[in-house]
Structure formats: structure tokens, C-alpha cells
Design a protein around this ligand. Structure first.
Ligand code: AKB
Length: 313
């Protein structure tokens, strides 16, 4: 497969692991990692790395020409909790970067675009359980507003200009290599680090808050699978529902306790509780499973074993 891939926002939680995986598939020199600041050492020495502001279309174009880029993965974004504090900045980053990349595809500088959406496109009026692909979408967060708008833009550029843009509505993504920053689902990452470091965790969501989640390796596989799918199999050009597992803070804590028996959890909900309350508790992703054969691998138990094994090393 000969592709030249540019990743915008490669130092972030998903970007970091996606870069590694794409380099192993397409070759180190064919995957150009970029971010607004320097990435980790591994990423910077294992292949090309460039400092790029994802909202700066001219610099992106310069890099697209320099490396003859065919695909762009746009992962730079401000997540839900931070976006509530900086609404204008969140809107500017999340929208300007997307429109810049979509325009580059429309102008035929690149062939394919990946852009992540989120369960944040849903809101309090959406059916909470097994949320369908097509349903009421009235997000009440700044982040959710930017994601639903982004989905409309993707669909518009595809229909109007034939842009091959593909997208997934990520649930909370759980990783141990790179921590996320500024999200509402981040508790499900922090809890593992704190369990190993201190044996206790104070959770910013209440014990019964159920949210859709996914292990990082499943998220990376889904992303690459969607990008490699035949054009005609990608039937949804706004964004696909994507699911794997769902659980509450109470349930993840009791899973951790199976391996760290003295682990304790306490609850001190903050402003993120309201964001979580507005989101679905589980997602129906049957369209992704049918259209391009999506299957997840990890459940709560196998994910917990894998994370704790790696964090304890
Ligand atoms: C967040 O919590 O903001 C993100 C998301 C669900 O998109 N992880």
C-alpha cells in the first residue's frame, strides 16, 4: 500500500498510538507526525515530525507538498471539559482545522481525510440506551456543538465536492501509553494510574454514571479499518456510531479491585457530571459492524488486565 500520511495532533492521546500503528503498516517514512509542540522522543526519531498548527492551512499545504501527502488524519481538538472553559478557542480550533483540511481535499491536494467525531454530538433529549445512528441530536456542550457542526461539514463536502472524508463518533478512549487531556471520560484513564501509584482514586463523576468506552487498540484498529474500507462500503459520511463497552465508575473500580484488592474509590462530582449526564450510556453501532465489518476485541475485564500489566512494569 503506498500512502503518504500526515497526522495533525500526533502528540495527543489517540495521535500517539495511531502514529505508531500507521508507521508499522505503511513504513516509518510514509507517516509524518505533527503537532503544535514537540512530540515524545520515540515519535520524533522513528519517522518524520513537523511542528504544525492545525488551523494554519498554508503550513499544512506546504507540508502536503513537501511529503506528497495523500491522506490527512486530523486529530487536533479541544475536548469537552476544557472546551466549556474556553468556548471561543474550542470552536476556532475544532472548526478552522477541519475546514482547512476539507478545503485541501476539495482542492485535490489530498485524496482522503479522517476526522473524529464523538458521542458528544448527542444530548439530553437523545435516547440514552443503545443510542441509534440517526436520532435526536441536540448537544448541550461547546465540544458537542463543534462536533455536530463538523459532521454536517464532512457530509456537505462529500456530497457537494466528492471529498472522501471518513469519521467515527468515538466513545471515551482508554489508554495507558499517553494520557488524554480535558475530557469528561478521562476518569477511566486516571483511575488506572492512581490505582497503581496510590491505591486510591477520587472520581469526578458519581458512581452510577454509565458511559460508552473503548480500549485504545480497538479505537486505533477501527480508525484504520474505516480508512482502508472500500469507498462504496463507507455509506455514512457524517460520522459512524462506534461502540465496544460501557460501564460506571463503580464497575471499573470493582474490576480493578480484583487485581489490587486494597484499591479504594471516593466520589466528588464536579462540573463534568453535567456533561456526562447529557451523553448516552450505550451506543448502537450496528451500521459500522454491517458496512465495514467492525468488531471490537477488548471488554472491561481483558482491558483491565492489559492496562495493569503494562502500568506495573
Ligand atoms: C471527552 O470526554 O471529551 C472525549 C469524548 C467522549 O469525545 N473523550
Amino acid at each position: 500500500m503506498s500512502e503518504s500520511i500526515l497526522i495533525l495532533g500526533a502528540s495527543g492521546q489517540i495521535g500517539n498510538e495511531l502514529t505508531q500503528k500507521l508507521r508499522s503498516i505503511y513504513g516509518n517514512n510514509n507517516v509524518i507526525a505533527s503537532d503544535i509542540k514537540e512530540g515524545n522522543k520515540d515519535m520524533m526519531v522513528s519517522g518524520p515530525f513537523e511542528i504544525i498548527d492545525a488551523t494554519d492551512k498554508e503550513t499544512i499545504l506546504k507540508m502536503v507538498k513537501k511529503y506528497k501527502v495523500s491522506q490527512v488524519y486530523l486529530l487536533a481538538a479541544m475536548l469537552s471539559a476544557t472546551a466549556e472553559k474556553f468556548p471561543q478557542k474550542a470552536w476556532d480550533l475544532n472548526m478552522t482545522s477541519l475546514l482547512a483540511v476539507l478545503d485541501l481535499a476539495k482542492e485535490k491536494h489530498i485524496k482522503q481525510v479522517y476526522w473524529p467525531s464523538s458521542i458528544a454530538v448527542f444530548g439530553p433529549t437523545t435516547p440514552k440506551e443503545n443510542t441509534p445512528q440517526k436520532t435526536v441530536m441536540e448537544p448541550t456542550t461547546v465540544y458537542g456543538i463543534s462536533k455536530i457542526s463538523g459532521e454536517f461539514w464532512c457530509n456537505y463536502y462529500h456530497k457537494k465536492f466528492g471529498v472522501d472524508v471518513r469519521s467515527l463518533r468515538y466513545p471515551g478512549i482508554i489508554s495507558w501509553k499517553t494520557k488524554p487531556g480535558g475530557g469528561t471520560t478521562d476518569y477511566a484513564v486516571d483511575i488506572y494510574f492512581k490505582a497503581v501509584e496510590n491505591g486510591n482514586y477520587e472520581c469526578f463523576l458519581s458512581e452510577k454514571t454509565r458511559l460508552p468506552m473503548m480500549y485504545m487498540s480497538d479505537a486505533v484498529n477501527a480508525t484504520i479499518q474505516l480508512m482502508q474500507a472500500k469507498k462504496e462500503d463507507v455509506k455514512i459520511r457524517s460520522s459512524y456510531n462506534l461502540a465496544a463497552i460501557d460501564f460506571t465508575p463503580e464497575e471499573i473500580a470493582s474490576e480493578i479491585k480484583k487485581h489490587i484488592p486494597n484499591f479504594t474509590i471516593s466520589y466528588k462530582p464536579d462540573f463534568r457530571q453535567q456533561i456526562a449526564n447529557s451523553w448516552p450510556s450505550s451506543i448502537d453501532d450496528s451500521k459500522a459492524r454491517k458496512d465495514w465489518n467492525w468488531k471490537h476485541e477488548f471488554d472491561l475485564s481483558s482491558m483491565t488486565i492489559d492496562i495493569l500489566k503494562n502500568l506495573k512494569q
